[in-house]
Design a protein around this ligand. Structure first.
Ligand code: DC
Length: 228
């Protein structure tokens, strides 16, 4: 089997299991796992802190010109540095989640992100997860996985992750937010969430994490064999 370091693209909607699979696969392959959504979240946080409206593309681009975002892969996930400050926790909060989804609709903001994402993955040995990795960021990625799951199952996972099972109002809000975000991510005109034509679809609705990892590892092994 080839020892070549591949680029692996994992795309799919929120709650499909991308982060879990990407980080497990990265540690078993000795690859770096880069979470592209964290970059949209970091710029969204900067916009909130700077009073910049996520609807204004020119203001966001001006802000981006004075922003550095770094992803530091650790076994526990990406440590996210915004202008050198660790914002890994803060970017998961609801206001940032919402602003990131809005900000990601702007074509020029996406160009700014894609340039940086390509530079990060240039050397290979990388798993990048997001919405447009196999279609736009790395259209030549050697392995492309489109990870999806039934919307109800994805929403249930989010509710469990947020420990909101016993709080019906909060659970309902989480479900509603996810539906709204799904809709925006899939219908925006700039790089909407879409499987690349050559992506392998995995539906995680009825699979365990171990089963999804096994299926993904098999795809990587098959690709490495073909390349050797
Ligand atoms: O994966 P996530 O939930 O952390 O992503 C946050 C937002 O960023 C999400 O609403 C969609 C957007 N995003 C994107 O448009 N393209 C990517 N490659 C990654 C995320």
């Amino acid at each position: 089997m080839s020892t070549r370091k591949l680029v692996i693209a994992i795309d799919g909607p929120a709650g499909a299991g991308k982060s879990t699979i990407a980080s497990r696969l990265a540690s078993s392959l000795g690859y770096v796992n880069l979470e592209s959504g964290a970059m949209y979240r970091a710029l969204a946080l900067k916009a909130i802190l700077s009073g910049v409206d996520a609807a204004s593309e020119p203001a966001l681009l001006e802000l981006a010109a004075h922003t550095t975002i770094e992803l530091d892969p650790t076994p526990a996930g990406n440590r996210v540095l915004l202008d050198g400050l660790d914002v890994s926790q803060r970017i998961r909060e609801r206001d940032v989640t919402d602003a990131a989804s809005r900000l990601s609709t702007h074509p020029q903001v996406r160009v700014w992100m894609v340039e940086r994402q390509r530079a990060m993955g240039a050397g290979g040995g990388v798993i990048m997860e997001g919405r447009d990795i196999g279609t736009v960021v790395f259209p030549n990625a050697e392995v492309k996985i489109f990870l999806d799951a039934d919307p109800n199952i994805r929403a249930n996972r989010r509710v469990t992750q947020a420990h909101a099972e016993d709080d019906p109002a909060r659970a309902e809000k989480l479900r509603h937010d996810m539906q709204e975000r799904d809709q925006r991510d899939a219908t925006r005109s700039a790089s909407p969430l879409k499987a690349a034509d050559d992506a392998v679809h995995i539906d995680s609705s009825r699979l365990t994490i171990e089963e999804v990892i096994a299926a993904s590892e098999a795809l990587v092994a098959e690709r490495l064999t073909k390349l050797s």
